[in-house]
Ligand binder design. Structure first.
Ligand code: SF4
Length: 365
């Protein structure tokens, strides 16, 4: 498909135009100042679902805390999750830890340079592997992340959603890749998507590929890439309990290791069933999850949070422990903690808002 659309001569030109543009306009980013595959791998994983400006302070803090892969491999997962706290998509942090241990045990602590080996590591797909191998070792391995799919779809005015043309887009990314300077080419392609060929209102007048871009010539740059028709996002309502005991400590639980927000701490609760009140839901969930009786008291706050595939609204109530031995029936672990101790545990973002509210209400009456 790409052979028909772009000739070899044009591919050469596009390559050259991008490399020249990158030399002049490329972003100066901390992970571009190193060839250390460990540091580059960390940046690639952080950038998977997060914007550059959010990633930079996390990246710098991470390297201070875990300066090498060996150090990360031998660190406690709870500390790893705490350092990741706030970045979201916590499976990324768990996979970093797991992968560091694999590299430590199976590769003598040396990051593998073979693509087949790299894509087998937890959390590293083909495009992340391309990003790491090209940036760290200047290997000619192409990339195809969300930004690159958009740029290439516009370049050839792809008439179908990119998800339906993945093979062709990989082929195009391969064909374009500069075999002599894959590092700068891939970085340039990422920068083009991030700073010029933007999702909305692409800055075509600043684009080095404008003359060859079919979307631009057809005036379709704002309409491409084509979208998949998507189903409405489900919305779950969750009852959440901040349970105090007589000593004034609060009960928190650690989520199962596998699955959404795995290994993080939270205030217990669960989904409100149809025709169930928030209070009844909280009582039922706490009995099912932890095996204790509670009294559901005042409403503390409600808050909305969006994940990739669904939205939640949390209805949070202050509760009083009544009876029963707290047991981790549907979680990994349970603790009673003070409001000061709570900061040392990694929590998902929505829960940190509850903590802020508790501190405001109860530390400064
Ligand atoms: S000309 Fe416009 S649409 Fe085409 S690649 Fe450049 S920024 Fe994107």
């Amino acid at each position: 498909m790409t052979d028909k659309v772009i000739t070899k001569k044009t591919l050469d030109l596009l390559r050259q135009l991008l490399l020249t543009w990158y030399q002049e306009q490329g972003r100066i980013l901390p992970w571009r100042q190193t060839r250390d595959p460990y540091a580059i791998w960390i940046s690639e994983i952080m950038l998977q679902q997060t914007q550059v400006k959010t990633v930079i302070p996390y990246y710098e803090r991470w390297l201070e805390k875990f300066p090498t892969g060996d150090y990360l491999a031998n660190s406690d997962l709870q500390i790893v999750l705490k350092v990741w706290e706030g970045l979201g998509y916590y499976a990324r942090a768990r996979n970093l830890h797991k992968t560091a241990q694999i590299i430590y045990h199976e590769y003598d602590g040396i990051f593998p340079q073979n693509l087949d080996q790299v894509v087998k590591l937890p959390g590293i797909g083909r495009t992340t592997a391309g990003g790491i191998l090209s940036a760290a070792f200047n290997q000619p391995v192409s990339i195809l992340d969300g930004n690159v799919k958009r740029v290439l779809s516009r370049l050839i005015a792809l008439p179908i959603p990119p998800q339906k043309a993945i093979q062709s887009l990989w082929q195009l990314s391969n064909d374009l890749l500069d075999p002599h300077n894959p590092r700068d080419f891939n970085q340039g392609l990422m920068d083009l998507g991030a700073t010029v060929c933007l999702k909305s209102k692409p800055k075509c007048l600043l684009c080095p590929w404008r003359i060859h871009c079919q979307a631009y010539h057809q005036g379709l740059q704002n309409n491409l890439p084509m979208r998949e028709t998507s189903n409405p996002i489900p919305h779950k309502k969750i009852g959440v309990a901040v349970i105090y005991n007589e000593a004034g400590n609060i009960l928190i639980d650690r989520r199962p290791e596998q699955g959404l927000l795995g290994g993080l701490w939270e205030f217990p609760g669960g989904k409100i069933e149809q025709d169930e009140t928030v209070e009844d839901c909280i009582k039922r969930e706490i009995l099912e999850e932890i095996g204790i009786e509670i009294e559901v008291g005042d409403h503390l706050m409600s808050l909305d949070h969006a994940y990739t595939h669904f939205k939640v609204t949390l209805f949070v109530h202050i509760c009083r422990y009544l009876s029963g031995e707290p047991t981790p029936i549907e979680c990994e672990e349970i603790r009673w903690v003070t409001l000061d101790e709570i900061d040392s545990f990694p929590f998902p973002k929505a829960n940190t808002k509850i903590i802020e509210k508790l501190k405001k209400e109860f530390n400064n009456p």
